[in-house]
Design a protein around this ligand. Structure first.
Ligand code: GTP
Ligand code: MG
Length: 240
């Protein structure tokens, strides 16, 4: 595992066909970095998106100079992509977030302000006063399934959190070095929390804003994901 640390923060964006979204999100993040005088890089981990996401990131780097692209050969899942990016990143603190504009760029400060007091800070859609926008009926159904699915995960893994799978979290490099989440898709994020908690790291959950996806296509199949979470969650009830 590489461990060069010449920046303080690495902001990691997994992408698959998010060209238009990162063209908006990255300037917003750069603004947060500038205003808060963060010593930060942005890592875009792209699975060879046909819409040219990686090229958009490279072009933005000509302007900002702190963006690195980790290009992977094929789409393998968000967990696999984030894992590679954590290893590729140079920061002492690793912060990953979705690139689809459902999260708010300025909310990264809500996470970072609890570091170094906490080892890991997780963004949450279900902790009050989170703002979870649900306009369509589909998103209301997804909200309910996901909310109660997360309660189930808390019970079976015997850990005290409300949102286990949101890709919006900051952790110290030492936490990443101590855990070994295996899943290639979203369950990776659940494993991270449960393993870090069981290792005794201090974890803080904070409420964040979450909007409906307005552009691009969702890559998550909710029913399939629910089945995976039920089974893999249960495995963690027995696993060390
Ligand atoms: N590199 C990479 N990124 C991915 C992959 N799957 C999803 N992503 C990215 O991970 C983030 C979250 O994916 P989404 O499809 O929005 O998943 P979701 O947020 O659970 O689903 P929605 O609520 O419908 O948006 C986005 O930035 C995606 O582009 C993948 O296989 N590889
Ligand atoms: Mg999304």
């Amino acid at each position: 595992m590489s461990g060069g640390t010449n920046v303080q923060f690495s902001i990691i964006l997994p992408t698959y066909n998010e060209a238009k979204n990162i063209a908006k999100l990255i300037p917003q993040l750069e603004e947060v970095i500038r205003k808060n005088e963060l010593d930060a890089e942005i890592v875009v981990v792209d699975d060879n998106s046909p819409d040219g996401t990686a090229n958009v990131a490279k072009r933005l780097n000509e302007k900002y100079g702190n963006i690195r692209v980790l290009l992977r050969e094929k789409k393998e899942g968000i967990g696999a992509a984030v894992r590679d990016a954590y290893n590729f990143a140079k920061g002492d603190v690793l912060l990953s977030m979705d690139a689809d504009l459902q999260l708010k760029a300025t909310d990264i400060m809500k996470l970072l302000r609890y570091i170094p007091e906490y080892d890991m800070v997780i963004g949450s859609k279900y902790l009050e006063p989170a703002k979870y926008q649900k306009i369509s009926i589909i998103s209301k159904i997804r909200y309910l399934i996901s909310k109660y699915g997360n309660r189930y995960l808390g019970v079976v893994t015997r850990t005290p959190f409300k949102d286990y799978s949101l890709n919006f979290r900051a952790l110290k490099r030492e936490v990443w070095q101590a855990i070994e989440p295996e899943d290639k898709r979203n369950f990776f994020f659940v494993e991270m929390i449960v393993q870090a908690y069981r290792k005794g790291f201090k974890i803080k959950e904070v409420a964040v804003e979450f909007k409906e996806r307005s552009r691009g296509e969702s890559k998550t199949r909710i029913w399939q994901q629910m089945g995976v979470f039920l089974l893999k969650g249960l495995m963690y009830a027995f696993k060390k």
